[in-house]
Ligand binder design. Sequence first.
Ligand SMILES: [Zn+2]
Length: 249
Amino acid sequence: MTMVRGVRILAASCCGAQYALPNYMSMNFSAFEFWTDGWRDGSLMPNDEGLRRCQCGQFVLLKNLVEVSTADDSTLPSLGHVSTEQLPECIASAASDEVELAARIMVWHHLNHSYRERYRQHRDAEEAATKAKWLAAHPDNRSWWDKLRKRKPPSYIRPANSPFTYPTFEPTPEQQQNMERLSTILASRDGESLRWNAIPLAELYREQGRYEEAQRAMDAVEKREDDVTVRLISRLIKERDAAPMRYRM
Ligand SMILES: [Zn+2]
């Protein structure tokens, strides 16, 4: 459950403007869909990388705001979210690598959305066909007597060896260019920061079809066999598959 208690008063370092933000005591990270590029769908938590626009026009990151105090309530304004349309301006005027990184991650997610939609439609259609085939092979042959005795109709179980395909992923030049710049920024990190970003970096290389570099980035990830994301991305690199992939936790 996400719990909020009062507000935090934060100041932006660009102009000193103060804002009141909800003071989260605990956060709900549940989502209906996870994607290998880090996008979560149906999540109660925003996917916006903490990017905001200060009233002075500067793009800022929530983590870089300075906490002034906490309060039960406040009349101070909240901080505006950054829309997709503002991202090119944000990238062009980014005051730091951190801000450019956040904006480019949002662009990466945004540009993958049309693939996500094609993927969902393709998967739904294939699953519907699998189910139709199964139902045709398992007709409801119950007699009126069976029904009277409340015998259950055959109930669908997805056959284990059913086809699982998805559309080919062909990034546009705009997507390619953004992923290239993003992976350059992330690869220039070192030590703790590089390890922290190793999974998105591996995924970026993979979606560009740069599998050797993806594998090297993956080698820097702390090995946890129970990590669904790590296992899935590792498998896709070995299979030389560049498509963003949906999964569930
Ligand atoms: Zn400002």
